[in-house]
Write a protein that binds this ligand. Sequence first.
Ligand SMILES: C[S@@+](CC[C@H](N)C(=O)[O-])C[C@H]1O[C@@H](n2cnc3c(N)ncnc32)[C@H](O)[C@@H]1O
Length: 207
Amino acid sequence: MTSDARFWDQTAEKYAASPIKDQVAYEHTLAETRKYLNSGDDLLEIGCGTGGTALLLADAVSHITATDISANMISIGAQKAAAQSVANVEFIQATPADTKLATKSYDAITGFNILHLLPDLEGDLLALRARLKPGGVLISKTPCISDWKWSALGRIAIPIMQFFGKAPYVCFLKGSDVEDKIEAAGFEIIVSENHNAFSRFIVAKKV
Ligand SMILES: C[S@@+](CC[C@H](N)C(=O)[O-])C[C@H]1O[C@@H](n2cnc3c(N)ncnc32)[C@H](O)[C@@H]1O
């Protein structure tokens, strides 16, 4: 098990119990995401956590494959789906480039609060592009810590927390970095806007 998988496994119960920090921004992201989904879509979500967003979007598509590196996150997500009688969300423990996901193609891929946590973002974006059908869309929202006014504090605090096992791998991205990496992986950016001070929402089409 990687140290990141262990970190997120240990965080899962607390994460499931935590309230959403900015409900208005979260609902705006959900509403904007729905604009790019269709009722017949097969959707892949990466870094789904405990599945809250997948369960809220389940009525917008035909099927969701909700994936995460953490077995504990996936387990809580599956329990929530059963408790809410949501039958079209399947939870699978997987990272974005996992060969488990290579058995089919998807109409859309979502990833919320995850791209900055991927140590091989470029490789993962290429893998995700390969998983999309022609014209499929990647929809992401990514905290871009380098666009945060207190980012200097983060650059000091996060490495100390990582040293003590209190933080996972984190990449200090700017919104423009995320755009550049998505484009370099073979996508055309359709939408790029901030959904709070430093969280960049991007919709990109496979070209
Ligand atoms: C900040 S949480 C976001 C969860 C959820 N998407 C949300 O917005 O609430 C990040 C999630 O990404 C998962 N994660 C971290 N690194 C990952 C990786 N390399 N591959 C897949 N999932 C990963 C973690 O287990 C965690 O559930």
